[in-house]
Design a protein. Sequence first.
Length: 106
Amino acid sequence: MEKIGQPPTSARPRTLLKLANEVRREGGKMATCETCGNDYDKAFQVVMNGQAHTFDSFECAIHALAPMCEHCGTRIVGHGLEKDGTYYCCDHCAQKEGVTDLRDRL
Ligand SMILES: [Zn+2]
Ligand SMILES: [Zn+2]
């Protein structure tokens, strides 16, 4: 096959489209959720331990970052209880795990 008349590889429409998409992403309008992979223009970032995480919803942020209650497995979204790096959703759960010297951090 002769290739006379065809544009150089770098200028083919597919490549240009891909480049355009990359430029749009770099513009900061779209961000991809770490949990579900959704591209969303109203995504937000949560900084935890100095590391930024990007999410499209609070639900996804909680799924990825919220600690789990050691006793019942509930995601701790509000003020939980912590003892030596272990989290509990409430005093009841902490007591069930034998932790008694805790008070709600309210
Ligand atoms: Zn998501
Ligand atoms: Zn619990």
